[in-house]
Write a protein that binds this ligand. Structure first.
Ligand code: ADP
Ligand code: MG
Length: 251
């Protein structure tokens, strides 16, 4: 079985250690929620796995199907099936979503392989129907003047088109209104299945009312300090993160 395995991972930004000995295995079909207070390194973890150049892996390994991906460039990791949904997606004025997605799908294909336009549009419309997205949507410029919900819709459509094996979704604190939360949740629930593993980073227990995770992990100071099932998210909601910190201080 091809899992995403994070082994004793340490990540630094410049000289500053951010992620400290984090281990986690995500099997296909599983949804793992990662929760934790601001500044604990959740986004750093996701970006490091995707291969963002500002994040240095100083120790440990990330394996996909038993093979280390750390020597791979971000685009190779994407081709291998890792998808990073951006916390703050960029606007690309003048580039329609349809063309943007086409370029993204083409980029994921092997060298010398050409994406057939008819086949591409067929697949695009299939995915849009699946996600109940209006046809007019894809003629708009990528993220230009989009609401939070529309940005999320664009991101979910991108994920549907790329059919990743593992999606790293950073659905953070700011800017997620209830509309956007619902779009993300419906998208993930639609795409959820035996072929997709999800790392769902969220600050909000509320998102987990819509996407029921298989596992919940609490990240604090660069580490996973507690893991459990969905009831852990409820406990965090009622007791806050201070409770986890206090437990750590006692241990
Ligand atoms: P979280 O997503 O859990 O809120 P982040 O991974 O964004 O946490 O940040 C973890 C720590 O790394 C914070 O102290 C933050 O200030 C720092 N950090 C994040 N990105 C950068 C960056 N590009 N340059 C310098 N420090 C950063
Ligand atoms: Mg973050």
């Amino acid at each position: 079985m091809s899992s995403l395995e994070i082994r004793d991972l340490h990540v630094a930004i410049g000289e500053k250690p951010i992620v400290k000995s984090l281990s986690l295995t995500i099997n296909p079909g599983e949804v793992h929620a990662i929760m934790g207070p601001n500044g604990t390194g959740k986004s750093t973890l996701a970006k490091a796995i995707a291969g963002h150049p500002d994040y240095t892996i100083t120790q440990g390994d990330v394996l996909l199907g038993g093979k280390s991906i750390l020597e791979q460039e971000p685009d190779e990791r994407a081709r291998a099936g890792i998808f990073l949904a951006f916390q703050y997606p960029s606007e690309i004025p003048g580039v329609s979503i349809a063309n943007f997605l086409r370029a993204a799908v083409q980029a994921r294909m092997g060298e010398g392989e050409e994406l057939d336009a008819t086949a591409y549009y067929k697949r695009l419309y299939q995915k849009m129907d699946l996600l109940k997205i209006d046809r007019k949507f894809t003629s708009r410029s990528v993220n230009e003047g989009f609401s939070g919900g529309e940005k999320k819709r664009c991101e979910i459509l991108q994920m549907a088109m790329l059919e990743p094996r593992f999606a790293l979704m950073d659905e953070t604190d700011s800017g997620l209104d209830i509309d956007a939360l619902r779009i993300v949740a419906e998208g993930v629930n639609t795409l959820r299945g035996p072929g997709l593993g999800v790392m769902l980073i969220t600050h909000y227990q509320r998102l987990l009312e819509y996407i029921v995770p298989d596992f919940v992990h609490v990240m604090y100071d660069g580490r996973i300090v507690k893991s459990g099932d969905k009831s852990l998210a409820l406990e965090l909601e009622s007791r806050g993160y201070d409770w986890v910190k206090q437990e750590l201080a006692v241990a």
